[in-house]
Design a binder for this molecule. Structure first.
Ligand code: GDP
Ligand code: CA
Length: 324
């Protein structure tokens, strides 16, 4: 019996989920048995219509469960909107955050599991069982940690309102992780990090996805202490976020929106990062990253299809397993 390679990945929503699908495809194609633990950002979580919604974990669950709306990258395939249509005339809820019927069923199930006394990690495991998920999906914490955005105007809004409703139109002065001081890593998080052969940072948003996870007390410490190497994939290609608005989040921290800028920021803020993949278009950034003591390689980093994504994930795993 082959011993599976134990991999831990820190994931946000769409970027993380796509990468994870590639990682699993790489495992199959290369005949490498994988045991993957995903530590997911829950800073985007919110309550709407009394329902507990976990946007990033749902994106990972639907993507790896084969139920994602492929073009959108989030939400359910073959969705219908009867509930939203019936809610609209009542003027209840948020116009800018439409929930589909199938998606609502997930939130109803989660909310009732939580109401029955289960912590979020156990409720998540119950939801994932339906999809026969090929990874262990863990929330970063069982305690609520909400990302709030302090705007230039002085107003503070929930991250999802800033991101989805206003499309981050007004610059953020500061991100605040409400509740983080009292949060502890969810059961299994520290154990998985301690036992991992490789730790991966998918090309998720470095500020409000990966950065939020790393803000939970204990997680960055465990990552620094674990013997496994930590390798990340740049979410920035040619000075811009791919299919996203991560640049504006980096600007808030004063971090250059470049492949090297993100790598050096992981080092500066968290003392982490052993390896870094940049896109071929950013090959010129490799020496700068290497000068900081991080192994850097240039590879094609567009997750354009499953094969391309599998190659990215495979390169990340191989770099993590290479001792420099
Ligand atoms: P969210 O929570 O749904 O916003 O998703 P994530 O935080 O997991 O990922 C968002 C990030 O994925 C964005 O900042 C993008 O830069 C990055 N991203 C999306 N598609 C690609 C891709 O094809 N290649 C790379 N390198 N990054 C990507
Ligand atoms: Ca997110």
């Amino acid at each position: 019996m082959t011993v599976p390679l134990r991999i831990v990945a820190l994931s946000g929503g769409v970027g993380g989920a796509r990468f994870l699908r590639g990682l699993l495809a790489w495992g199959e194609a290369s005949g490498t048995a994988l045991e993957v633990t995903v530590i997911a950002n829950t800073g985007d979580d919110m309550r709407l219509h009394g329902l507990q919604i976990c946007p990033d974990m749902d994106t990972v669950m639907y993507t790896l469960g084969g139920a994602i709306h492929e073009d959108q990258g989030w939400g359910r395939a073959d969705e219908r909107f009867t509930v939203a249509e019936e809610l609209r005339p009542y003027g209840v809820g948020w116009e800018w955050f439409t929930l589909g019927d199938r998606d609502i069923a997930t939130h109803l199930a989660r909310t009732s599991l939580l109401a029955s006394g289960l912590p979020l990690s156990a409720a998540t495991a119950r939801l994932c069982a339906r999809w026969d998920l090929p990874v262990a999906l863990l929330p970063m914490s069982d305690q609520p940690v909400e990302t709030h955005v302090e705007l230039a105007s002085g107003e503070t809004v929930h991250f999802e309102e800033w991101w989805v409703r206003t499309r981050a139109a007004e610059p953020a002065r500061r991100f605040v992780q409400v509740g983080v001081d009292d949060a502890t890593p969810a059961p299994g998080v520290l154990e998985a990090i301690g036992a991992a052969d490789a730790i991966l940072l998918p090309p998720s948003n470095p500020v409000v996805s990966v950065g939020t996870i790393l803000g939970v007390p204990g997680i960055a410490d465990a990552l620094r202490a674990t013997p496994a190497r930590l390798v990340g994939v740049s979410p920035i290609i040619g000075g811009a976020a791919v299919r996203g608005m991560a640049e504006t989040c980096l600007a808030t921290l004063g971090v250059p929106a470049t492949a090297a800028g993100v790598a050096l920021d992981y080092r500066a803020r968290f003392g982490l990062l052993d390896g870094w993949l940049v896109d071929d278009a950013d090959a010129a950034a490799v020496p700068e990253v290497q000068a900081a003591g991080i192994d850097a390689l240039a590879r094609p980093l567009w997750m354009s299809d499953l094969g391309a994504t599998a190659a990215i994930a495979g390169a990340a795993v191989e770099l993590a397993l290479t001792r420099s």
